[in-house]
Design a protein around this ligand. Structure first.
Ligand SMILES: [Zn+2]
Length: 268
């Protein structure tokens, strides 16, 4: 199953990445101003490869293994309730996906609250532009910690292994979508963000203004930000000209691949 699941996830990831990159190329929302795109993309894709490499050789299989173990042992909330039949399986999968999305909302919020976690998460936020490559800009240690955090919830929920595969594909697919340098027509964006996180909603989270950085933590469903009172509708400045990134990390040293790998360990 691991091999099939890995191929499926890679295929979905590559397809959504290609669609978003094409969309950005044809109709970019914000102009590519001072973007040193080759350097940014080298940093962001470099992090993706390092993160993927590190997890592959460490905790890569942890989530699926946790799901299989929970299934065999009958552990977790969903297994305890004992949903049966195909509709029970479907409902169980849906519950797992929604609950994991809520867990990721809190993981994200905690990375902003706990100073040690923020040191690593600021690698994602110090990107001075906002496009599909921002979605993959995470310190490898944060990816590793996240895999362990999610594995805990997979066991606690008793999530089905295939629900985990679908959720993981959705997690990366939605991250690529909501970091896109694209814009949906106002009415459509409003309608969509009643349910899911849109690029216009998530861009606020990358604002240089700290009260806006500390908002809109959601990844798939927008309901968590409304429920836990962290929703900010739009930036104080304006979407086109808003400054992206962190005030204290705008120098060249904070933007190279080596620079971001070292970023958690240095003072601003
Ligand atoms: Zn964040």
């Amino acid at each position: 199953m691991d091999h099939q699941a890995g191929l499926l996830r890679l295929g979905i990831f590559a397809a959504i990445l290609a669609v978003m990159a094409l969309w950005e190329a044809i109709a970019p929302y914000r102009p590519a101003t001072a973007v040193r795109r080759p350097m940014r993309w080298l940093t962001n894709f470099g992090l993706l490869l390092l993160g993927a490499g590190l997890t592959r050789f460490t905790v890569g299989a942890a989530m699926i293994a946790s799901a299989v173990l929970a299934q065999q042992q009958g552990w977790g909330l969903i297994n305890l309730v004992g949903l049966s039949g195909w509709h029970g399986g479907f409902l169980g999968g849906l519950i797992a996906i929604v609950a994991l999305d809520c867990a990721i909302y809190w993981q994200h919020r905690l990375t902003h609250i706990v100073p040690l976690f923020w040191r690593f998460h600021r690698v994602h936020h110090c990107d001075t532009e906002f496009d599909v490559s921002t979605a993959i800009r995470f310190h490898p240690f944060e990816i590793l910690a996240s895999a362990l955090y999610k594995s805990f919830f997979v066991i606690a929920l008793g999530a089905d292994p295939w629900a985990v595969v679908i959720y993981e594909s959705m997690l990366s697919g939605f991250a690529l979508f909501n970091h896109g340098n694209v814009h949906l027509p106002g009415g459509f964006d409003r309608l969509l963000r009643r349910v899911i996180v849109t690029p216009d909603m998530h861009r606020v989270h990358h604002s240089i203004l700290m009260n806006e950085t500390n908002s809109n933590y959601g990844n798939i469903l927008s309901v968590w930000d409304r429920l836990f009172v962290s929703y900010v509708d739009h930036t104080k400045t304006n979407d086109h000209d808003m400054q992206i990134g962190l005030e204290e990390f705008r120098d060249k040293r904070s933007q190279s691949l080596w620079g971001v790998l070292w970023l958690p360990f240095r003072q601003p």
